[in-house]
Design a protein around this ligand. Structure first.
Ligand code: UDP
Ligand code: MG
Length: 333
């Protein structure tokens, strides 16, 4: 290595964290693609030979764990941890990050379905070597998404922005983080996780790499509409209290309308021109009832969050693991 590249942060330990939920169709391919890629980076001298892959089995009901057990024995740089039940993608990712953090200098998180372009990890490592602590994988277009997903995603980014939530446009959970940044992230103890919203809060020197997101290699999406909606709601309610403030604005607006209506009613009364008024009465009952229920719902959403935060339950439970490839001794060794 030249003197210049020695100043850079090359040759450090990289771990790649991959949450997996029912990924038996794609997993064998993912393991071999990632493990070969990792070795190629080691050969180029970009990362250390002790770099490893860490798969997180998120309580899968299929053969995911079986495949991971078998691959971790057969392939030198493969480790896994297995959660005792399905805890959700964000929690599984946190489990992976906290397990990998003490054993590595930098961590890349990536989905198991190979939708994100593995080949840009090298650029991420280059950015890290140049001093970036967080490197975002940003997708160029959304051609591989359905029309519905593309439309809702774009609207969602706009809503987030209007709520004052800092987010990186078209970035999900494909990113590299240096150890210092991961350690900071792990100090956030919140339960309602929206990790991509937390990362910009950390600060640090950041960089981005662009890539085209492909279609899933195999299997089906593990993010059905209800999970997606829950994540999207977390993105707003974990970072912004603007919806609560909006209720005050709506309340104020309704009061002003009420004052105008009262003035109109009074004038009508004085002029002796009193309407029967059934339509306006019934409409305002429905309208105000709707506004009130909606407002209570929004407040309830925040109270629900306080409830789950206060209980402070653990995010996940690791049932078993094999971290030999990461240099950790197994019990009895
Ligand atoms: N995933 C997980 N737990 C879950 C749901 C998903 O660990 O409860 C993982 C999944 O295996 C994949 C990643 O999260 O590695 C993203 O899921 P997916 O690719 O299905 O989401 P999409 O790309 O369709 O939004
Ligand atoms: Mg996917």
């Amino acid at each position: 290595m030249t003197e210049k590249s020695e100043e850079k942060r090359y040759g450090r330990t990289l771990s790649i964290v991959v949450p997996c939920y029912n990924e038996q169709e794609v997993l064998p391919k993912t393991v071999s693609v990632l493990s070969e890629y990792l070795l190629s980076l080691v050969e180029k001298g970009k990362i250390s030979g002790s770099s490893f892959l860490l798969f997180v089995n998120d309580g899968s009901a299929d053969d995911t764990l079986k495949i991971l057990k078998e691959r971790s024995k057969a392939v030198e740089n493969v480790c896994y941890i297995s959660l005792s039940r399905n805890c959700g993608h964000q929690n599984a990712l946190m489990a992976g990050l906290s397990t990998a953090c003490p054993l590595s200098d930098m961590i890349v998180s990536i989905d198991a379905d190979l939708q994100d372009d593995v080949n840009v990890i090298e650029q991420m490592v280059d950015e890290y070597a140049d001093g970036a602590e967080i490197v975002y994988g940003v997708r160029g277009s959304r051609k591989s998404d359905t029309f519905f997903k593309r439309g809702t995603a774009q609207t969602y980014y706009r809503v987030l922005k209007s709520m004052g939530v800092k987010t990186i446009y078209n970035h999900a959970d494909f990113r590299l983080m240096g150890k210092a940044a991961v350690e900071e992230l792990l100090r956030y103890r919140e339960k309602n996780l929206y990790i991509r919203g937390l990362i910009p809060e950390l600060g640090f020197k950041t960089a981005s790499v662009n890539y085209e997101r492909k279609a899933r290699e195999a299997g089906e999406s593990k993010y059905p509409f209800n999970k997606m909606l829950a994540l999207a709601l977390n993105g707003i309610t974990s970072f912004s209290i603007k919806p609560l403030r909006l209720i005050i604005s709506i309340g104020a607006a309704v009061m002003i309308i009420c004052l105008l209506a009262a003035a109109y009613a009074f004038i009508s009364y004085l002029s002796g021109h009193v309407e029967k008024g059934w339509t306006s009465l019934i409409l305002s009952i429905w309208f105000l009832g709707g506004v009130q229920l909606l407002s209570i719902g929004v407040i309830g959403e925040y109270i629900g969050k306080i409830y789950s935060e206060v209980k402070d339950r653990p995010l996940y439970c690791i049932e078993e693991s094999d971290l030999k490839a990461a240099g950790e001794k197994m019990p009895g060794e």
